[in-house]
Write a protein that binds this ligand. Sequence first.
Ligand code: GDP
Length: 301
Amino acid sequence: LRQGLDKTRRSLINQLKAIVGQGPLNQDAVMEIEALLLQADVGIEATDYIIKTLQDRLREEVLPPDQAIAYLKKILRDLLDKPIQESYSPTFVPTKDTLNIWLMTGVNGAGKTTTIGKIAHLAQKSGYKCLIGAADTFRAAAVEQVKIWGQRSAVEVIANPGQNTDPAAVVFDAITAAQARGTELLLIDTAGRLQNKKNLMEELGKIRRIVDKKAPNAQIEALLVLDATLGQNGLRQAEVFSQAAKLSGVVLTKLDGTAKGGVALAVVQQLGLPIRFIGAGEGVEDLRPFSSYEFVEALLS
Ligand code: GDP
C-alpha cells in the first residue's frame, strides 16, 4: 500500500509532515497545509475540517513535532472512520452461510470489472462460495471480460447470451442460481454508461428493487467503484448512483497511478460513505480491504 500511495505521499502529503512538525501553526503554515491538502484532492470540506481540528488543538498547547504528526494522523483516521461509527458496519466481510449480494456500480472505465474479478478471487481464496452475475448487458465486451476474470478464479458467471438482453433478467437468474446453490457471495456487475443518466438510473433502480424483493434475507451492499485519478471530478458521478442503487460503500481504484490519493478523505466527508476496498494495481492481488489506520500510515509515514 505504501508503494501504491507513493505518488500522493511523495508529491504532497509528505510535505505536510514537515510543516506540522515545525510546532505551533502560524497563519502561513495553515495556508501551506490548506494548499497541500487541496492539491492532493482532499476537497474543501474535508480540508476545512482537518485544519480547524488541528488549529483547535495547537492553540491549546505547543506539541512537539512527533505528537503533532500523530495528532494529524488521528484526525485523518477519525474522518475516514466517521461513517462507520454513524451508520455502517465496521466489519466488511461477507457473512458465512448466508447469501451476501454486492451490487457493483460505477461509470465505465472506473475499474468495476477488474474490481469484481479481484473481489471474486479474494472471496474464493477465503473459502466463500462465490458467483458473478454479468448484468452489464449493454457492453458485450463487459460480459466477456467478467467471464475471463471468473475463469481465472474458478468462479462461475451467470450471463444471458446475446447483446441487449434485459439486465434485470440476468439479475433475477443470478439470484435464483445463488439461492439454489447456497452461494455466499453474489457479485453483480452493472452498466455504467453515463451518456444517458435517466436510463441508467431507471435500470439501476430496477435492479436494486429486484435484489431487495427476490432476496429479502440477503445481506445487500451496493458499492460504487470510483477512479481515484479523477480526484474531485469523480465525486459528481456518485450522486446518480447513490439515489438509484442505495449505495453503502465505495471502492477507490487506481490509487497507484495518482497523486490524488487524498480524494479518499473527500469521498468520506462529502458522500458520507465508508471506503471498503482500495485498488492499487491491475493484478488480481492488487485489492485491499480498506483500513483507515493502514491508509493514513501509508500516507504519512
Ligand atoms: P470498467 O469499465 O469499470 O469495468 O473498468 P475495467 O475494470 O475494465 O478497468 C478499466 C482499466 O482500468 C483497465 O485497464 C484496468 O486494468 C484498469 N484498472 C482497474 N483497477 C485498477 C487499479 O487499481 N490500478 C490501475 N493502475 N489500473 C486499474
